[in-house]
Write a protein that binds this ligand. Structure first.
Ligand code: OAD
Length: 269
């Protein structure tokens, strides 16, 4: 750990302890140490000739639903096999200790939610069992990869089973209307849930400090959320091994991995 980084980490941790309201915005980097590849790291093997923007769209699903389902099936299997890492645990502990803290995540892997359920002792691991006062402080912007919904009607269910996707004929279908089921995530070109996004902007505007961890900060509107903190006079802490478009606006930058940095940065004791 370089001298600069230690200074930034100590100073930012102190400011977080003294802040009244803190919002934490996370991206794929916080799950990297659980073994889930980030989006903008090169995609592996079979998938290396695609970009996420070519698979995670309504057009791609209309054109070739079996191809899109194969990609999601691979990612779902990865998520089911992974566990929360010290970054998720640190965020969960922080939300438990600080009743004014809000988590806004772009991740669809449910690992924050599993750590949060653990921190509150919910044996089923289901965040739906957390008190309402806690659930309103967990804002999931891009959906849930371990849920499926209908392309046509309002059918939605949690689902972590492998999906057969060798051809269009075997794809899962809606029990209500027989149309195709799809992953319950937000795709490029789709709207985020309005009330969730609004709550995220409001939390960011109220926050003295916005902690931005493990996101490349290039996908909007999520990447605009820290701007709300800046505009209302708050400060940003960025945790990322690499620089991002937000780096120049961060008051503190901690160059490192989320699993190493967040337990210290968010220590409440
Ligand atoms: P990206 O893959 O774009 O960025 C991951 C970021 O994490 C990069 O800035 C890395 O430097 C950083 N990183 C890598 N390992 C890390 C570690 N161990 N600790 C901390 N940081 C680390 O992922 P997102 O920014 O989350 O959208 O991508 C945003 C959205 O684009 C995703 O939610 C998804 C994607 O396409 C949808 O699915 C709609």
């Amino acid at each position: 750990m370089g001298h600069d980084r230690r200074d930034q980490l100590t100073e930012a941790a102190q400011a977080i302890r003294e802040a009244k309201e803190v919002v934490i915005l996370t991206g794929a980097g916080v799950s990297a140490e659980s073994g889930i590849p980030t989006f903008r790291d090169a995609m592996e093997g079979l998938w290396s000739r695609y970009r996420p923007e070519e698979l995670a769209t309504p057009e791609a699903f209309r054109r070739d639903p079996a191809l899109v389902w194969r990609w999601y099936d691979m990612r779902r299997r990865g998520v089911v096999a992974c566990r929360p890492n010290p970054a998720h645990e640190a965020v969960a502990h922080f939300l438990r200790e600080r009743s004014s803290a809000t988590l806004v995540t772009q991740n669809v892997d449910g690992l924050h939610q599993r750590a949060l359920a653990g921190a509150w002792g919910v044996a089923s691991g289901d965040v739906a069992e957390l008190p309402e006062s806690v659930r309103v402080r967990i804002l999931t912007l891009h959906g849930d990869i371990l849920a499926v919904r209908c392309v046509a009607c309002d059918y939605l269910r949690p689902d972590q089973d492998p999906v057969a996707a060798e051809s269009d004929h075997v794809l899962p279908r809606c029990p209500q209307c027989d149309q195709l089921l799809r992953p319950a995530v937000v795709w490029f070109g789709e709207m985020l849930d309005g009330p969730t996004l609004e709550a995220a902007f409001e939390a960011a505007a109220r926050a003295d400090i916005c902690v931005v961890a493990g996101t490349s900060a290039v996908v909007h509107p999520a990447a605009s959320i820290p701007e709300m903190t800046l505009r209302s006079g708050g400060r940003l802490v960025e945790v990322n091994p690499a620089r991002t478009p937000l780096s120049g606006k961060a008051y503190w930058r901690v160059t490192g991995s989320a699993g190493e940095v967040l337990p210290t940065l968010l220590a409440t004791g």
